[in-house]
Ligand binder design. Structure first.
Ligand code: SF4
Ligand code: SF4
Length: 240
């Protein structure tokens, strides 16, 4: 077997955040059991496109005996397992923190009826896209919001979002196990000061609070957890 360059992932350093996965166009890296792993040697071209992506420096290139890179097999693997465009083609996952609120309209176009400035302090917000090491999560007051809430509740920014780190998810339609894993990593790494769960009144949305409690238990952290329930007509029904 030839000796060639190939990716090497340090399991001790890897926290399974998944940032490296979309950076590999060959689909050679996947997060399995909480760690990034090389799915097959023949999918790795050894060029190291994933190297700069890892926030924990867990990826290096080593030289070892390995079967040759098989481009056709890799492309078939990508077509089979990743039918959607890779996330790195879109800036949706680029971490950003904002210093100041952004007004929705230029000063000259403001009217008394103009909406208030956005209270969103960072990007991204989808739980799936936010890595546990995101700086805006560190010791933050986290607001975990069900997808439907901002559409139902008219003053979401003013009443709930200000000074919070926002994560959004749907406990009914999303991958619950993936969210549980991600949230437990966030709690373990970011050690948030508090978590507020903003959910809809429909029973399935209660899964969001369950997600938080389970994740906190998995991470072995304790922090205040509160829950606010929003009605489908946009009213606050309960706060505990
Ligand atoms: S980016 Fe680094 S820490 Fe995250 S899953 Fe990949 S190897 Fe692990
Ligand atoms: S569980 Fe239902 S109400 Fe809650 S975010 Fe998902 S679809 Fe919306």
């Amino acid at each position: 077997m030839p000796v060639r360059k190939i990716v090497c992932i340090d399991e001790d350093k890897c926290d399974g955040c998944g940032v490296c996965v979309p950076s590999c166009a060959e689909g050679a890296i996947q997060v399995i059991d909480g760690k990034a792993r090389l799915v097959s040697d023949i999918y790795c071209d050894g060029l190291g496109a994933c190297l700069g992506e890892c926030p924990r420096d867990a990826i290096t290139i080593e030289e070892r005996e390995a079967p040759e890179f098989d481009e056709i097999a890799a492309m078939k693997h990508v077509a089979r397992t990743q039918p959607k465009p890779p996330v790195h083609a879109c800036p949706s996952a680029r971490l950003m923190s904002f210093g100041h609120p952004v007004s929705p309209a230029p000063e000259e176009h403001k009217s008394p009826a103009a909406p208030e400035a956005s209270a969103l302090g960072h990007w991204p917000v989808q739980l799936t896209l936010v890595p546990p090491h995101a700086p805006f999560l560190k010791n933050a007051d986290i607001l975990l919001t069900a997808d439907c809430v901002p559409f139902a509740y008219p003053n979401f920014h003013r009443d709930f979002l200000k000074d919070k780190a926002l994560l959004i998810a749907c406990p009914k339609l999303d991958d619950y196990e993936a969210h549980l894993h991600k949230l437990s990593q966030i709690f373990a790494q970011a050690q948030p000061d508090s978590v507020t769960v903003l959910r809809m009144e429909v029973p399935c949305c209660g899964g969001l609070t369950q997600l938080v409690r389970q994740a906190a238990q998995m991470a072995g952290v304790m922090m205040p957890v509160s829950e606010v329930t929003i009605g489908i007509r946009g009213q606050v029904l309960a706060a505990t």
